[in-house]
Design a protein around this ligand. Structure first.
Ligand SMILES: [Zn+2]
Length: 82
């Protein structure tokens, strides 16, 4: 299998071009968006599309809420200059 142009970060679904490809597998990858660097947590674009279709067929009634808002307080300071 040839090296793809990019892979998909499964953590944040970003396209990642910074990765090492060898023997048809992702050897090393780093997502610049979320910092994910686990090769198992990336997928090829074609695999990712398949995963997506599978998910749509199943009816998930799990309502998990992301509690990602804890660290968002440092956007609060304003600097006023005249
Ligand atoms: Zn990511």
């Amino acid at each position: 299998m040839p090296r793809p142009d990019y892979i998909i970060c499964l953590e944040c679904e970003s396209e990642v071009e910074d990765f090492t490809w060898r023997d048809g597998e992702i050897r090393r990858a780093t997502c610049e968006v979320c910092g994910n660097s686990d090769p198992d947590a990336f997928a090829l674009p074609e695999d990712f599309e398949e995963l997506d279709e599978e998910e749509e067929e199943e009816d998930w009634e799990d309502e998990e809420e992301d509690e990602d808002y804890l660290d968002e307080e440092d956007e609060d300071f304003e600097e006023e200059e005249e």
